[in-house]
Design a protein around this ligand. Structure first.
Ligand SMILES: [Zn+2]
Length: 498
């Protein structure tokens, strides 16, 4: 029995082999290629190379536009080798037409990924760059565009001296660039770029994009009689620096404009954060403080200077960090007193004027020098009043005096605000006898020394410098207003008073 079973088994196996064998004889297995697009099969072709060559041949237009020699399949196209007995293969033309309707073809190039960074600037504005993907055919298009961008923010001669290690040593005063770098993480990868992406061919276009976040034409303005660069910039809500970057042929803020001249009004929206770190030694004036003495025998509208104040002079060393030309922080490293300031002593009457006397009144007197005393112990302006990046910076930022350094009331008056706000941080507002208001923001915690309703004298210490609220470095945001700040007043450039 066993023997018979074995023989039957062998016969069965033989039969199976023979039957299958007969089918195979009619149709030899062959190597073909299955074409997948986005994971979906489009059919079989005989030759991968044939399809690649067909794609390449049909793309004269793309080659012409991007000046490339070869065009490739879409990135989501997969061609997989198969051994099959099935003999229906498609022509490369059929497959090509299917692909063409679904996915863009690609060309060889580079994908540049820029990781966004976010920083709070000294003036409380957020300096933010978004995640970016940029495509170029040649790496140099990107490196050259970055180079142009660097030159928009750093003077070429300064940059070259930094790069070549030929910066002049500081003897008395001066600036040395210590570092220049891009804060964003940038990766460059060789890749096939789909032709429906924005592909930069020209470094001018790319550097324009890196600076303004767009390659669309910027708004223009036709110069009118008597316009200065400063006026045109301010009236169009941009800074003078932005104006000069948008108009590279105009080389200085003092350049003359002519009537009818077309200028570009670009609002900067830098796509990378270029950081410059400077070591600065400079002499700066120190404003004197003012002490008020009282004379009960004189009326309240009487005052007399008993001792004239004299400004002091300090040689200060600072570390300054800038992002895309905007000062991010100023840190005072050391201070050498070259000349001590002399305090001013003013005697004021305290005898009441009686009924019918009216102080202040509607409006404010015209700005004049000397109307206000300086509010800080140092005088570096880290961010001036004015427009930048589409926002009005409504005060003057003073930095480098050090954490906790004295903040002085710019003029006599009454404290109308003393508190904390998320953006201003610890801040104080004073309504002055002359009708103006001044505001002191980003004071240190515990550094508001006066309360609402307190009467303060010019030069009185009312606070300490800090960095509360939207502030990166220690600085004072000093605002001068024609009325209550953010409640009817208009912000003025404080520097017109000094
Ligand atoms: Zn500010």
């Amino acid at each position: 029995m066993n023997r018979i079973k074995k023989i039957l088994g062998v016969l069965l196996i033989l039969c199976t082999i023979l039957t299958t064998g007969f089918t195979n004889l009619n149709n030899n297995p062959k190597t073909v290629y299955r074409v997948y697009l986005k994971g979906k099969s489009l059919g079989l072709i005989e030759s991968k190379v044939e399809l690649e060559n067909y794609i390449d041949k049909k793309q004269a237009e793309i080659k012409e536009k991007y000046k490339v020699k070869k065009v490739y399949a879409p990135t989501d196209l997969d061609i997989v080798k198969e051994i099959t007995y099935y003999n229906k293969v498609s022509s490369v033309k059929t497959i090509y037409n299917k692909i063409k309707d679904i996915s863009p073809f690609t060309i060889g190039g580079y994908q540049i990924t820029i990781k966004g960074v976010e920083k709070k600037s000294n003036n409380g504005k957020t300096i933010k760059t978004d995640n970016q993907t940029i495509y170029v055919i040649k790496k140099e298009t990107f490196t050259n565009a970055i180079d142009s961008m660097v030159k928009a923010f750093i003077k070429e001669e300064d940059y070259n001296a930094f790069a070549n290690g030929t910066q002049k040593e500081i003897e008395d005063t001066g600036t040395i660039i210590e570092k220049i770098y891009i804060d964003n993480k940038i990766t460059i990868k060789k890749t096939n770029i789909p032709v429906n992406k924005t592909i930069y061919m020209d470094k001018e276009d790319l550097s324009k994009y890196l600076l303004f976040g767009t390659t669309e034409p910027q708004k223009t303005y036709e110069v009118r009689d008597g316009d200065t660069i400063e006026d045109v910039a301010f009236n169009n809500k941009i800074s003078t620096e932005e104006f000069l970057i948008a108009n590279p042929t105009i080389t200085s803020a003092n350049a003359m404009l002519y009537t009818g001249q077309k200028v570009t009004l670009g609002i900067l929206k830098p796509q990378v954060s270029l950081i410059e770190e400077d070591h600065v030694v400079k002499d700066e004036e120190q404003n004197y403080t003012t002490k008020t003495e009282e004379d009960p025998n004189q009326y309240t509208n009487w005052s007399e200077v008993k001792q004239h104040g004299v400004k002091g002079l300090n040689r200060v060393t600072q570390k300054v960090q800038k992002v895309n030309g905007e000062t991010l922080s100023v840190v005072g490293v050391s201070k050498e007193v070259l000349k001590e300031p002399v305090e001013e002593i003013v005697v004021k009457g305290t005898k009441p004027m009686g009924d019918g006397w009216y102080s202040g009144g509607y409006g404010v007197p015209l700005p004049s020098k000397g109307m206000f005393g300086w509010p800080a112990t140092c005088s570096t302006i880290s961010s001036p009043f004015g427009w930048r990046w589409g926002q009005l910076h409504d005060g003057t930022d003073i930095a480098g005096c050090g954490y906790g350094s004295n903040i002085f009331a710019a003029e006599s008056g009454v404290v109308t605000q003393s508190g904390y706000k998320y953006d201003n941080g610890q801040f104080i507002t004073v309504r002055h006898d002359n009708g103006y208001y001044t505001m002191y923001a980003h004071l240190c915690n515990g550094c508001r020394y006066v309360n609402v309703g307190d009467r303060v004298q010019r030069g009185q210490v009312i606070g300490g410098m800090g960095q509360t609220g939207f502030a990166t470095g220690v600085h004072l945001h000093f605002g001068v207003w024609t009325g209550p700040p953010y409640m009817g007043g208009t912000a003025l450039n404080a520097l017109i008073f000094y």
